[in-house]
Design a protein around this ligand. Structure first.
Ligand code: TXA
Ligand code: MG
Length: 499
């Protein structure tokens, strides 16, 4: 009998994280979306649930309580037609003290034997880096979901691991990549070959998804503008996979440029230089300058490297609309416009790169983004912002006041009025948790109010609210520090008004 692949689901992260971690059995809910995802998955995979209850190992929680919740959950899933083969309370072993506990992966081997599983074709979905790491131990491919808990630990997740906004996205990825390592490699290679032939390829970066073409092929680049319905006067960022690739693209590299490249590349910082002759005019919208960045997403780097050329890429959305931070966001707007979409999960930064002009002696921020102004100033001293007086000649041609917008009117408030709080057809987007009751759907961007978490969730939350047929999306101005500055910039541009 042939071996079957399995999916191991971390109970709290993958199944109920979105609805809150239960203390009592009656607190449990399973969203329709979760049930649907599991039904899709079980057509091809045996399903197992793992409760990572470190508190059981540490003596802080009683096994019976956990079992009681699990039994309830099992009954709810059964009712929805979901068949879980076995429930594991994963054993932990203590390292030195109970402060650091590691999940013991031996239950995977036991499951493989008992259920005749092929672990090397199996997956683990969880909201903690240790869930993903279990995979590494036994050849199971780990996927990270950004449910409540997941948002707190994202920084500990190694760069080469994939993350997803929702269980649904992780499930789609698994179904498209049954042979995970090989399938992702194959798609990157196919993308590189396609871009070399002059086609368009959508690919993930750490900020947002890009719609890429060979930057040195003007006909290919022209197709980006057509696909996005983007005006030709809005120049594109050129992406490189190695620092030295910037040299032939620019007239010179200043000392400040070298410092910034040393500290922030690869990463979400785009630098604007005076361009060299090899950069086609269509890329720079006829400007004498070129914007270049080296992304840190390993898939982006491998794709650019294999393409063997610099890649011109704007965000992979229709012009003026909210940027894409997941493959599905690209698909819904641009399907048919690109040859290949490399699905690398959700973007880790979630807002676009900071654009910094180095064309004149005094550097100027043209767009706040993934690297904060403070971080840049700590390396090269004071920089201007494009809103400062006297720097209009630096203005970024693409920084239109109306951008990043949802179809549903979005309004930024300092205080959301009572009338709107009580309207079921007003969607609410909050920087952090709130005590206030809202009648409409609520998106809390960060459980801790950390602006980096908020940025990761921003565009996905805007798109979710935008798909609900609401009358309005109401949001607050976010704290104006770190990535909050970039988030506020996007909200201001996406909004139809400020109050
Ligand atoms: O994070 C990002 O930067 C993403 C990913 C895909 O890398 N890309 C992105 O591209 O956001 P796009 O096209 O959506 O925004 C590029 C911004 C625009 O505001 C554009 O005007 C500005 O960069 N830009 C590009 N070339 C420029 C130039 N030569 N001078 C001034 N601004 C430039
Ligand atoms: Mg864009």
């Amino acid at each position: 009998m042939s071996r079957k692949p399995a999916v191991f689901l971390d109970r709290d992260g993958a199944l109920i994280g979105d609805t809150g971690i239960p203390e009592k059995p009656q607190d449990i809910t399973i969203s329709t979306d979760t049930a649907k995802s599991l039904l899709r998955l079980q057509e091809n995979y045996s399903l197992f649930v793992v409760t990572n209850q470190s508190r059981v190992s540490c003596g802080g929680r009683i096994r019976e309580e956990v079992n009681c919740i699990n039994n309830n959950l099992e009954a709810m899933l059964k009712e929805k037609g979901v068949d879980i083969k076995k429930w594991y309370i994963a054993p932990y072993y203590r390292e030195e003290s109970c402060n650091y506990i590691k999940l013991n992966p031996s239950f995977l081997l036991t499951a493989a034997e008992e259920f005749n599983l092929s672990l090397d074709k199996s997956f683990f979905i969880g909201d903690h880096p240790r869930d993903v790491a279990i995979g590494d131990m036994e050849g199971v491919f780990g996927l990270y979901v950004l449910t409540r808990h997941g948002r707190n630990h994202l920084r500990d997740l190694p760069l080469n691991k994939l993350l997803f906004h929702k269980l649904r996205d992780a499930v789609s990825w698994i179904l498209e990549h049954p042979d995970a390592e090989m399938d992702i490699k194959r798609t990157i290679h196919a993308g590189a070959a396609s871009v070399r032939k002059g086609s368009l390829v959508a690919f993930p970066t750490e900020t947002v998804y890009g719609l890429g073409a060979d930057a040195l092929n003007p006909e290919a680049v022209a197709n980006i503008f057509k696909a996005k319905k983007r005006p030709l006067h809005d120049p594109l960022i050129v992406h490189v996979s190695e620092k030295k690739q910037v040299i032939p693209l620019v007239s010179e590299l200043s000392k400040k440029a070298k410092i910034l490249m040393k500290y922030f590349w690869p990463g979400p910082l785009t630098l604007v230089f005076t361009k060299s002759d090899i950069v086609p005019d269509i890329v720079t919208a006829g400007n004498p300058t070129v914007a270049v960045r080296m992304p840190s997403n390993p898939i982006a780097l491998e794709f650019i490297d294999l393409a063997g050329t610099a890649i011109a890429a704007p965000s992979a959305n229709l012009f003026g609309y909210t940027s894409p931070t997941a493959a599905d966001h690209v698909r819904v707007q641009l399907e048919g416009e690109y040859d290949i979409l490399i699905n690398g999960g959700a973007c880790r930064v979630g807002v676009e790169s900071t654009v910094l002009s180095l064309v004149n002696d005094y550097p100027v921020i043209l767009r706040p983004g993934g690297v904060s102004i403070d971080e840049i100033q700590s390396m090269i001293g004071p920089v201007g912002t494009s809103s400062d007086s006297g720097t209009v000649d630096h203005d970024s041609p693409g920084m239109m006041p109306n951008h990043y917008a949802t179809n549903t009117p979005l309004v930024v408030f300092s205080e959301i009025p009572e009338g709107l709080r009580e309207s079921g057809d007003v969607g609410i987007m909050l920087p952090g948790p709130s005590e206030i009751d809202f009648a409409g759907p609520v998106e809390v961007l960060s459980e801790t109010g950390d602006m980096r978490d908020a940025a990761v969730n921003l565009y996905a939350a805007m798109r979710r609210l935008d798909s609900m047929g609401l009358r309005m999306i109401a949001t607050y101005r976010f704290p104006e520090y770190g990535l909050g500055i970039a988030v506020n910039d996007r909200l201001a541009r996406a909004s139809t008004g400020k109050i």
